[in-house]
Design a protein around this ligand. Structure first.
Ligand SMILES: NC(=O)c1ccc[n+]([C@@H]2O[C@H](COP(=O)([O-])OP(=O)(O)OC[C@H]3O[C@@H](n4cnc5c(N)ncnc54)[C@H](O)[C@@H]3O)[C@@H](O)[C@H]2O)c1
Length: 261
């Protein structure tokens, strides 16, 4: 089944982890891709991964910072210039930021995390929803929130504020754009094994990140990390016409972890 034949799918944070896995997944179902990231190497590696899985896939890569208004305008116009339209948008780029108690979190770190994880998501919505509405035939957006956007995890002031904010932006835009056939949903992943989570374990225990990783997962009902592919399959569903009546949803993909908090 090719749910994305002739569809243009734009993915931020496309140079690693969840963005790359989703790129491979939707390309394997026929999508034309625009991948956005601040990492040139990440973009090149993702493009190679897509082409290995789907020889001949059409992949545009755009080096851009999602927290910059000019860069967001540039990645949106580059996508429209190359492919003529945007059907689906995985608004996903993000960073974890430093882990610390609120009293030591620091305003600069807070601003940095919020700037990428919240402002970046808003800017993407602002520009892409305008394009989708002018196309006049609907569209689908998935924003990446987190378990940290629906529950208190701790040591994550910036991340928690931003990801809870992403849930708010999702509901707000979903309510506004439903009448245009444009659906806006969010995912709330739990602990998914990507470079971001590996780095997070080094923050928790620089000496023994493997032990920290092992302990961290014990709170999860499945006692294991999720795989990026297990996120990609849900994102592909939400972006596809299999989910035409799913709007304003925040879907946990966490092995049940958020039910335990
Ligand atoms: N991995 C998890 O367990 C997990 C859990 C919940 C939420 N998330 C969220 O999923 C999203 C993807 O994370 P991941 O695990 O794939 O991490 P990752 O670090 O593997 O990938 C994130 C990508 O975003 C890019 N990026 C960072 N800042 C950027 C910016 N300013 N502009 C453009 N690109 C930028 C990075 O270069 C990287 O390629 C993030 O929003 C993250 O908060 C991840």
């Amino acid at each position: 089944m090719e749910r994305f034949t002739d569809k243009v799918v734009l993915i931020t944070g496309g140079g690693s982890g969840l963005g790359r896995a989703t790129a491979v997944r939707v390309a394997s179902e026929g999508a034309k891709l625009a991948l956005v990231d601040v990492s040139e190497k990440g973009l090149a590696d993702s493009q190679a991964a897509v082409l290995e899985a789907v020889p001949g896939a059409e992949v545009l890569t755009v080096l851009a910072d999602v927290s910059s208004e000019d860069d967001v305008a540039r990645y949106v116009s580059a996508t429209v210039e190359r492919f003529g339209r945007i059907d689906a948008f995985f608004n996903n780029a993000g960073i974890e930021g430093k882990q610390n108690l609120t009293e030591r979190f620091g305003a600069d770190e807070f601003d940095k995390v919020v700037s990428i994880n919240l402002r970046g998501v808003f800017l993407g919505l602002e520009k892409v929803l305008g394009v989708m509405r002018s196309q006049g035939d609907g569209g689908a957006v998935v924003n990446t929130a987190s378990v940290g956007g629906i529950r208190g995890v701790g040591n994550q002031s910036g991340y928690a504020a931003a990801k809870h904010g992403v849930v708010g932006l999702t509901r707000n835009s979903a309510v506004e754009y439903g009448e245009f056939g444009i659906r806006v949903n969010a995912i709330a992943p739990g602990a998914i094994w990507t470079p971001m989570v590996e780095a997070s374990m080094r923050q928790i225990d620089a000496e023994n990140p493997e032990k920290a990783a092992e302990q961290f997962i014990q709170i999860n009902p499945t006692k294991r990390y999720g795989k990026a592919d297990e996120i990609a399959s849900v994102v592909a569903f939400l972006l596809s016409d299999d989910a035409t009546y799913v709007n304003a949803a925040v879907v946990p993909i966490d092995g049940g972890q958020s039910a335990k908090y």
